[in-house]
Design a protein around this ligand. Sequence first.
Ligand SMILES: [Fe+2]
Length: 306
Amino acid sequence: MESFPVINMRDLEGEERCATMELIANACENWGFFELLNHGIEHELMDEVERMTKEHYKKCMEKRFIEFADMTLDDPDTENIDWESTFFLRHLPTSNLSEIPDLSDDYRKMMKEFAVKLEKVAEGLLELLCENLGLEKRYLKNAFHGSKGPTFGTKVSNYPPCPRPDLIKGLRAHTDAGGLILLFQDDQVSGLQLLKDGHWLDVPPLRHSIVINLGDQLEVITNGRYKSVMHRVVSQSNGDGRMSIASFYNPGSDAVIYPAPELVEMVAGKSSEVYPRFVFEDYMKLYVEQKFKAKEPRFEAMKASF
Ligand SMILES: [Fe+2]
């Protein structure tokens, strides 16, 4: 079987460029996931983000989580529960970093710096995707723009050891709703899995890498050429727990999303357009209710909405 796609961004600068672009295209078409090395974010910064995130969890989140955990283990209905401790930061269109309680000034400043760098990686990647798709370089960025520009946010999660991993998932299976997702995950504790050809495969933890996956919006805009793929987090019963920092580069709330006309072909006199046209925030309203269900009924429901 093919192994999980790992892209060394440095190879885009030299003779390997063509082959590397092809690897990216193949990953987008067949995996919905790939892992980036040499993405340009300093390893020292990533180490600090990891250290301070774990420290913040111990100091400010752990007590609350243990209370939740005690309640959860007594609950007979564990199927609809995720064994995770999270908080959200929003960077674009406006930052809410100053409103999040409990963050130290240093941690706040560092997360801001990290987000600015991730935003650059995301925008660079969108351009590479456009190149592979034969779209104008800024097509995807523009498609996400709406009236206020893209939405960019970060979900900081900790997955503490779970005494009953047989009963409770870290995070139940889902596809991501948005555009491009950039994940900085623990390199010690695995747990993230994606569904490929009917099998759950581990996303291998790789030190200082950034895992990329494509959300539902990119599947729609590419008219299904690229895939938004189901993934989940399996909880672990031992170790120190897993840290994951997922950043979401998404369309603006009023952006109108639809398949790029260049990617819609006429086949035997009929349009190959199979995806709906909708306003992104309308999709999100539906997604909130249906996150842990298959994406196809969501696309069907949106067809009726516009
Ligand atoms: Fe996800």
